[in-house]
Design a protein around this ligand. Structure first.
Ligand SMILES: [Zn+2]
Length: 538
């Protein structure tokens, strides 16, 4: 194959010589096109004045660095009216007039820079056979031409943090083309309004519930409909509900503890269903007991040596233990039992509540129960089921409201039981949710209000908002009432958000991407570089 096409050189170039050195390839190339155009008057000339050499860095070839030694020519311009007498021939698609690097090599460096960062990019480029430096990469990114936002009709606007909690910027997304159209260096109303004034076609501004962007849109794009973003509305509602949940959870636990302390003889053979584990096989129990005995013997040695007055370090050294364990053991008044391993998740867990319910209502036939759960999609074998039944025969398993059931959730995790689609909860989560609602009337009321609001959001039923707000006003749930008060300040935009199909979800996606880009730059890059990288991100 001919070298020119093998190396993808433009037409009119010929490879004269290829030399492999320890640094890579040195390729000598000459231009052979018989004519060239004067850059000033565009007239063709075929009178060669002289030759000269340019040394260029090129894109790597099979992982080797490539140096092009290019012989180009100078031509006479024969146009008598042209002020240029001599010109050098141009290779516009291949290399800029005074550049030391081919255009394709520049493009590769730019792509590496956009995908990584200055320092990491220089390292990666080196591995790929392109010699470059961090400043070069950063310069390439900064030299990229500004992309025009074009005409934006549906705008999504949100903030992002340069430094979390300290300095914020604004991201603007065209909700039709799904592209980031600009970044602004702050999140002030005036800056965003200024940007919107240059967009006469703006018809809808989708924004969060913060006042700044609302006032920006009123000032900068008074013609546009403002749409409070559903994501933020739900986020606000979830936060309000979480506060409510934390309060009610504390109340439930207090009342349960009072109940428990009033009971004289706690029933020991009761385990909560989620704590259920299959009985230990004999050989496992044997190993566990042996291990416990060894541990106990060591514990006694530690105590004895401590009694003799040996320092912790010395004890640890003699017994081949870590200082820390010795210190921890001595701190405790009694033998510290090893922690039992956490129960392993099994495919049977999701079916345990079902089996329990039927067991308690009198179905004690293993095979029948097995067939029933199999029909419901249980993928496992009979063994897990029989082990579970064995436990049921020995102790009472209870699936009712127990402190453990409520305690295992923080308000932060429990909120998901309340705001998720109930169809997507598994059997245990559904029972946990029922336990919460059963234990607290306000929680039950809140659950109904939350689910109703979410269905309004999903079905785009903005017209029901006023009725919902009225129900909250009567609910005696102060946390939801303060959420409702916030909504009432911004009713039109919230209603629009609950009615229009557009959403800021895409903007959130871009913010996540932006964070990733910011992180690859180790957070040191200034706004200008961040803006270039986000706007040119692929
Ligand atoms: Zn000319």
């Amino acid at each position: 194959m001919e070298g020119t096409s093998l190396l993808s050189l433009p037409e009119g170039m010929r490879v004269e010589h290829i030399q492999i050195t320890e640094h890579g390839l040195v390729i000598e190339v000459v231009t052979v096109h018989p004519t060239s155009c004067c850059p000033l008057c565009a007239e063709t000339s075929d009178s060669i004045q002289s030759h000269y050499r340019r040394v260029l860095r090129d894109a790597p070839c099979a992982g080797r660095q490539v140096q092009l030694v290019l012989t180009v020519r100078k031509f006479y311009c024969r146009n008598p009216y042209c002020s240029r007498k001599v010109f050098t021939e141009r290779l516009p698609t291949f290399v800029e007039p005074w550049a030391r690097m081919t255009i394709r090599c520049c493009q590769q460096i730019t792509s590496i820079g956009l995908a990584t960062c200055g320092k990491g990019g220089a390292r990666l480029a080196g591995r790929l056979g392109i010699q470059t430096t961090r400043p070069t990469i950063l310069r390439r990114i900064m030299d990229l031409p500004d992309v025009s936002a074009g005409s934006v009709v549906y705008l999504g606007i949100d903030d992002f943090a340069f430094r979390r909690g300290y300095r914020f910027g604004t991201i603007l997304v065209n909700l039709e083309s799904h592209r980031v159209v600009d970044l602004l260096p702050d999140r002030q109303a005036e800056t965003a309004a200024q940007w919107m004034r240059q967009q006469p076609d703006l018809a809808v501004v989708s924004r969060d519930r913060g006042g700044e962007y609302a006032s920006a849109a009123s000032k900068g794009a008074p013609q546009a409909i403002q749409c409070a973003d559903r994501f933020h509305i739900i986020k606000n509602l979830t936060e309000a509900a979480q506060v409510l949940l934390a309060r009610c959870q504390a109340e439930i636990l207090t009342s349960l503890q009072t109940e428990a302390s009033q009971q004289d003889h706690p029933c020991q053979a009761v385990i909560a269903i989620e704590e259920w584990r299959p009985p230990e096989p004999a050989h496992v129990e044997k190993v566990r007991l042996a291990r416990r005995a060894g541990r106990y013997a060591r514990y006694q040695q530690v105590v004895e040596l401590d009694r003799q007055g040996l320092p912790t370090k010395e004890i640890a050294g003699r017994l081949g233990m870590s200082d820390r364990t010795v210190r921890d053991w001595l701190k405790q008044a009694a033998f510290p039992e090893a922690k039992r391993r956490r129960k392993r998740q099994s495919s049977f867990d999701a079916f345990a509540p079902y089996v329990l319910k039927h067991w308690q209502s009198g179905e004690h036939n293993g095979l029948t129960l097995f067939r029933e759960i199999k029909a419901q999609g249980y993928p496992g074998t009979e063994r897990s089921l029989y082990r579970y039944l064995k436990t049921l025969k020995q102790v009472e398993v209870r699936a009712s409201v127990t402190p453990a059931r409520i305690q295992k959730y923080s308000a932060h995790t429990a909120i998901w039981l309340f705001v998720r689609d109930p169809k997507k909860l598994n059997a245990i989560e559904r029972e946990d949710l029922a336990a919460f609602c059963q234990a607290s009337t306000p929680l039950k009321k809140a659950y109904d209000l939350l689910q109703d609001f979410l269905s309004m959001v999903h079905k785009r039923e903005g017209h029901r908002l006023d009725a919902w707000l009225a129900r909250v006003a009567e609910s005696e749930l102060p946390e939801l009432q303060s959420f409702a008060a916030g909504v009432e300040k911004d009713t039109d935009a919230v209603k629009a958000g609950l009615t229009w199909p557009i959403s800021n979800g895409m903007v959130e996606g871009h913010v996540t991407k932006l964070k990733l880009i910011k992180r690859t730059m180790y957070g040191r890059a200034g706004f200008a570089l961040l803006r270039q990288r986000v706007l040119h991100a692929v």
